[in-house]
Write a protein of this length. Structure first.
Lengths: 619, 357
């Protein structure tokens, strides 16, 4: 939402107090463009001398970057002396605006907060109109670091005695966020260490497996994890001191002892020894009578749905699916044969003890069963007496009732066991903090072994040797695509299109109606593969519109930049970034010259084809 | 709270109107779609509309939020663990926390001193001298505000290393920034002394001073470790990592860590960073993994002092704080006029009652 004050009034108020040049930070690209239009509508025309100065400065920039010569905004900027500056513009245009600002020709620049983190671009005054910024679809409050980053643009070294940060409210501003940000300390930064597949391959290429843990331990991530672990260690030490009065008593581990005793005492009355008189050949069968098992009766066959014990019956009972969808209950003794044939049948808690789908499938499968089925060999042990449960102890086994420290144990048990649980929890988390990076590394190693980039002895395979050169996001998907020969014989434009859809991670909508059938089918394959790889790697957006745009730019060498921009609703700056990122991905593929000469050649052709017009100007 | 049950819609509306917008947004989270787009008045309308579905739940949420705001309690900390506690120290704007007794400054005082300073001969800041002395011996982390002259330290340090016949690598996070620095360094040291390596540009790759993006350096270090290429890493004397606060970047931060971990031990590291909260941690980390103990150079004083102002939508400008500069650590020291105007602004966006003119 734009600020409550009209942009023209805002700048004239600042100009009146000699607070220009200013950078006005707005929430959205659109707000920036609209502010500029507002100036245009208000007919704020600069004196001719200043217009000429701007024209002259722009000519100098044009000499270096001819692509901006026909920029539609030139005449407006010249007339009104303010400009918009955001990621939707071409880099060359942004350079021109920065140059104008540096030379002091502009009164104001309307910018989004991305500027704050970018190039060196100061002004006398910054105007803050918001207390939150859009981060991945939601608005979050500015952090102190971000507020200071914005305010840091105020005051040019050598050109100003003082810099000013002016806050002007917009409808959803929270002033306290800004005052706290201005007066507070910037936030501590945290490590964002992640272990990627190419990192694993490159590490294992250069270092033996046993050295890796030491290398990971050198990361800032591990440093910060260790800091947290140290805090826990201190807590643990404090707990040890607290535990001292509860040290060994008559028995060394009195807490567990008391716990078991207490438990046994409480459950004394509910524990019945169960005696079931089942002949050994029946009880040997029980473990096999699980849901899905095919069994034979004196007449016909059936599939077990569940096994249960019923109070009225001496024997275990079965619920069985019989032919013609009949569900019957019968004792296990009525089962004559057990077949070595089992179906998948997840148990559910209510009749018919499996889901409807499974039920339909099973009854169908029962009808389709072959006439002869192999029998399940079951070994009946002659010594079928069930072993006495070693864990079950009678209360007499405990020494606690007569123990001299019984009353002390009873009194301290709650505190002591709570302390000990805390101790165990801390020990576990310390363990996790110290080894989590290594575990994540091992997980990655296992995946790479599964896909055949690493041998079981963690040596790089031939595939791994080239795969480690792809050091970009979605590397696993890209290397798998190369292995699946998805790009074999593909045109450079197709390759560029696919890589563009992999590289583009922005979900700002764009529109491009036409996509070639070749690219469309290839993209379908890529989607399928990406989906199957999703347990190991987050799938990319794989937008067809951006793929088609890049394909067109590569395939149609006659299309101009303006023509390309007309094909889509994407902003110029976004198209530029898309192409630049595609270049980056293509140059990674190009490094596979040694192993995939055809593919590398195709990539380098695509690179030459992309680098023309605007993209040639900025190296 | 008995009135909780028989709160009329009007009362609720008034209560909502008294709350700061932040509370309303908190309340609207999960209730109103795209609530961040709405102004205060519209937000209250939307909330009231929504509250007809579950009035009791809505009111109790509102009262808890108000309670939380009045008494910042540990319950706030338990709500979202993981964020540093600093974020929960809610200081209400209207709180009268120990305001200084001297009168607030006037607008004319605040505006004094605008203008262009007369050009002065360049004098090194003490921190720059300190940093340059340290970088010849050991690794250095510099954390200073934007625009304090970090680039000067980079240039001087690079010049000294080159004079010593050691090569220098300078990295920046953005390609555009690399290109700017390449042009700048070429002007200072001469075009034959400076080279650039980016994803698709390789110029003068054998020059003693190489400018590149951090990703490229990371790749070089990996390739060198596996013995594939020979980039004179043994003569490498200095690695300058500009904008090191990118270490905390969710996507690319890992590249800075890899670069630092694999940086050859004989090369000095110079980390240039904007103001961050824990530069000491970074320095301690470097000390723990590098051969020599790392030096931290930090200060938070801006070269060009900063003043904050408040511009009311009617065009009135006042200082934002009572003091001329920024009252560090006292967000409550607002200028009475700014405070008054802002409350007026919040009230003007009330749902009921017309804006006062």
């Amino acid at each position: 939402m734009p600020p409550s004050i009209h942009p023209v009034d805002l700048i004239s108020a600042l100009r009146q107090k000699h607070l220009t040049p200013a950078i006005v930070f707005l929430t959205s690209r659109r707000a920036c463009d609209e502010a500029m239009e507002a100036f245009d509508h208000a007919n704020c025309v600069l004196p001719t001398t200043r217009q000429e100065a701007i024209a002259k400065a722009l000519e100098q920039v044009m000499a270096r970057h001819p692509s901006i010569a026909e920029h539609p905004l030139i005449s407006i900027v010249q007339r009104i002396g303010v400009a918009a500056h955001h990621a939707g513009h071409l880099p060359t245009w942004k350079i021109a605006i920065e140059e104008l600002m540096r030379q002091g020709h502009l009164d104001a620049v309307f910018a989004t907060t991305t500027l704050a983190a970018g190039v060196d671009f100061p002004a006398r005054t910054v105007v803050i109109t918001q207390s939150s910024i859009r981060k991945s679809r939601d608005f979050t409050d500015l952090t102190a670091g971000e507020v200071q980053q914005i305010a840091g643009r105020a005051g040019r070294r050598g050109k100003d005695h003082v810099g000013f940060a002016v806050i002007t409210p917009s409808p959803y501003i929270d002033l306290s966020v800004l005052t706290k940000g201005l007066t507070g300390q910037p936030e501590a930064i945290d490590s964002q260490f992640t272990i990627s597949y190419p990192m694993v391959l490159n590490l294992l290429k250069a270092h033996p497996h046993e050295h890796i843990q030491g290398i990971l331990a050198k990361s800032f991530a591990q440093f910060q994890l260790n800091q947290r672990a140290d805090v826990l260690e201190q807590k643990l030490d404090a707990l040890h001191i607290k535990m001292e009065p509860f040290g060994p008593r008559v028995c060394t581990d009195w807490i567990t002892q008391w716990h078991t005793f207490d438990h046994a005492r409480r459950h004394r009355h509910t524990r019945h020894p169960t005696y079931r008189a089942e002949p050994p050949e029946i009880s040997a069968r029980l473990p096999f009578l699980t849901p899905g098992r095919v069994v034979g009766f004196s007449r016909g066959r059936g599939i077990v749905l569940r096994q249960y014990r019923s109070k009225g019956q001496r024997n275990s009972m079965l619920t069985v699916l019989r032919p013609e969808n009949a569900v019957t209950e019968c004792p296990v003794t009525s089962v004559k044969e057990l077949y070595d044939h089992i179906y998948d049948c997840p148990e559910t808690s209510a009749y018919p003890w499996c889901s409807t789908d499974t039920f339909d499938r099973l009854s169908h499968q029962l009808d389709e069963l072959p006439l002869r089925l192999p029998l399940l060999p079951i070994l009946v042990s002659s010594n079928s007496e069930p072993l006495p449960d070693a864990i079950v102890q009678s209360l007499e086994d405990f020494s606690c009732p007569t123990c001299p420290s019984r009353s002390a144990c009873q009194k301290d048990f709650l505190t002591a066991s709570r302390l000990r649980q805390e101790q165990q929890r801390h020990t576990k988390s310390i363990q996790a903090l110290r080894t989590s990076l290594w575990h994540r590394f091992q997980e990655r190693v296992e995946v790479l072994q599964k896909f055949g980039y690493l041998t079981l002895t963690t040596q790089l395979t031939a595939e791994g040797e080239w795969a480690r050169l792809i050091r970009i996001d979605h590397s696993l998907l890209i290397t798998e695509l190369i292995r699946a020969e998805a790009f074999t014989g593909a045109d450079p434009s197709l390759l560029a299109g696919i890589l563009a859809s992999l590289a583009h991670d922005d979900d700002r909508p764009g529109a491009f109606p036409r996509i070639s059938p070749g690219l469309s089918s290839l993209l379908g394959q890529v989607r399928k593969l990406a989906e199957s790889l999703s347990p190991y790697e987050d799938p990319p957006l794989l937008r067809a519109d951006v793929a088609a745009l890049v394909e067109r730019w590569v395939a149609d060498q006659t299309i101009t930049w303006i023509g390309l921009c007309r094909l889509t609703t994407m902003a110029e700056g976004d198209i530029y970034r898309l192409l630049a990122r595609s270049l980056e991905y293509l140059s990674q593929v190009q490094t596979l010259k040694g192993t995939h000469p055809g593919l590398a050649e195709s990539a380098s052709q695509a690179i030459t084809a992309i680098r023309r017009g605007v993209l040639e100007e900025l190296p | 709270m008995f009135h909780e049950k028989d709160m009329t819609t009007d009362e609720l509306e008034q209560l909502l109107a008294q709350q700061p917008v932040a509370v309303l947004h908190r309340l609207a989270r999960g209730r109103v779609q795209r609530h961040f787009r709405a102004g205060k008045r519209r937000l209250i309308e939307l909330l009231l509309q929504h509250s007809s579905q579950n009035r009791a739940g809505f009111e109790s949420d509102l009262l808890t939020l108000i309670g939380e705001r009045q008494a910042p309690s540990p319950s706030g900390a338990s709500r979202n663990p993981g964020t540093p506690p600093i974020a929960h120290k809610r200081v209400a704007i209207r709180s009268s926390d120990l305001e200084p007794s001297e009168p607030p400054i006037s607008l004319s005082e605040w505006l004094q001193g605008i203008g262009v300073p007369t050009p002065q001969p360049f004098v090194q800041d003490p921190w720059q001298i300190e940093a340059l002395a340290a970088v010849s011996e050991t690794d250095v982390v510099i954390s200073v505000p934007t625009g304090s002259g970090k680039t000067y330290v980079a240039i001087e340090a690079a010049g000294r290393a080159m004079a010593d016949n050691r090569s220098v690598i300078y990295t920046s996070p953005l390609k555009a920034l690399s290109n700017t620095k390449y042009a700048e360094f070429s002007k200072i040291f001469g075009a034959d002394k400076v080279g650039i390596l980016t994803g698709d540009r390789q110029e003068n790759g054998q020059a003693p001073l190489l400018v590149m993006t951090t990703e490229i350096l990371r790749n070089l270090l990996y390739d060198a470790a596996s013995g594939e290429i020979d980039v004179r890493l043994d003569t490498l004397g200095l690695v300058i990592l500009d904008e090191s606060q990118y270490l905390a970047d969710p996507e690319r931060g890992v590249v800075w860590e890899e670069t630092i971990i694999f940086c050859p031990s004989q090369a000095r590291l110079l980390l240039l960073s904007a103001s961050i909260g824990n530069p000491q941690d970074i320095a301690d980390w470097l000390t723990s993994i590098r051969a020599t103990p790392c030096r931290l150079v930090r200060h938070s004083k801006r070269t060009v002092p900063l003043r904050a102002g408040y511009l009311h939508p009617n065009g009135r400008l006042t200082p934002l704080f009572r003091t001329l500069g920024i009252p560090q650590g006292h967000p409550g020291h607002l200028h009475p006029e700014a405070k008054h105007l802002f409350i007026e602004y919040e009230e003007e966006t009330l749902p009921s009652g017309r804006p006062r003119r």
